[in-house]
Design a binder for this molecule. Structure first.
Ligand SMILES: C[S@@+](CC[C@H](N)C(=O)[O-])C[C@H]1O[C@@H](n2cnc3c(N)ncnc32)[C@H](O)[C@@H]1O
Length: 287
């Protein structure tokens, strides 16, 4: 691949998905795009880039984004956040929302769905407490292919062995040959939506809990800050954000939640003593 093709791809990936690819990652691009060169029957990677530039080959841009994204995920990945969700965040929200009985949870950058199903399994575990509640789990990703796998809910033996307790496997999955399929009630609990986190996210509505994990690490500082600001707008003032263990960014509109390891709370609504309080100023303005 020529240097010009590599630079074009770096800019394309950053603009379309936020992926901040270091200048020494040429081998990564070559190895991840080689299968695409074959499947689209291009003569070379440079030929692929020429057609990507022309933007006239249906499906090519999305295939390049999908091939370059890391879709790595697993059930109950990293353990701790799901334990915090079950034991601290959820009881807190169940108490705070007892009047409205509504709860919305967002798995942003959901990949193939294991995170969303893990959240659904936690919620199913407290089911008696959620009777008559309106609970929504929304799973989004920029990759329609990853979401389609999640929506189908069929996983290999290897995938279910990664993080899923045997009790949960037997309770929520049915074995079909060598694979396991999530039972219909759990699948029905999740809405799957294609959404690019670089774009406008307001159409997704307001959430009580956001899991946005293992995506900020691929973005540069400016894109990270922008995404965290959008999540802050999407989150209820007493809501909770779960990030990957190394993804917190100082100066963002969240503060680590001392009670719930892995979680962060919005800080925009906490008045700073002595600082102008926009809520009070608004009240004064209307008389
Ligand atoms: C490493 S997976 C994370 C999966 C899950 N959150 C977890 O922690 O296990 C990252 C996912 O982010 C998605 N992604 C990357 N850039 C994105 C963007 N700009 N908008 C939405 N999804 C994006 C990829 O398609 C991929 O499925």
């Amino acid at each position: 691949m020529t240097e010009a093709s590599f630079q074009f791809l770096r800019e394309f990936l950053k603009a379309r998905s936020g992926l901040n690819l270091a200048a020494d990652k040429r081998y990564l691009v070559e190895s991840r795009l080689a299968p695409l060169v074959r499947s689209f029957a291009f003569a070379s990677l440079d030929a692929l880039v020429t057609l990507l530039h022309a933007d006239a080959t249906p499906g090519l841009a999305q295939s390049v984004l999908d091939a370059m994204a890391t879709h790595e995920t697993s059930f109950f990945r990293d353990g701790v956040p799901f334990e915090s969700f079950r034991t601290i965040v959820l009881p807190r929200l169940l108490a705070a929302r007892r009047e409205t009985r509504r709860l919305r949870v967002w798995s942003a950058a959901a990949s193939t769905g294991q995170e969303a199903y893990s959240l659904a399994m936690v919620l199913a575990g407290v089911e008696p407490a959620l009777t008559d509640w309106h609970v929504e789990i929304v799973a989004t990703d920029m990759s329609a292919a990853a979401l389609a796998k999640g929506q189908a809910g069929t996983y290999s033996q290897f995938e279910v062995q990664r993080g899923l307790p045997i009790k949960s496997l037997l309770r929520h999955f049915t074995q079909v040959g060598e694979e396991w399929t999530v039972d219909a009630d759990l699948r029905a609990a999740i809405q799957w939506r294609v959404a690019n986190l670089l774009g406008d996210l307001r159409w997704l509505g307001r959430f009580d809990v956001v899991f946005c994990r293992n995506i900020l690490i691929y973005l540069d500082q400016a894109a990270k800050a922008e995404l965290l600001a959008k999540i802050s707008d999407a989150l209820a003032p007493d809501g909770a954000l779960c990030l990957g263990s190394t993804e917190f960014m100082a100066g963002c509109p969240f503060a680590p939640d001392a009670q719930a390891p892995g979680f962060h709370q919005p800080i925009r609504s906490v008045p700073i003593p002595g600082a102008p309080n926009p809520a009070i100023e608004r009240l004064q303005a209307v008389g």
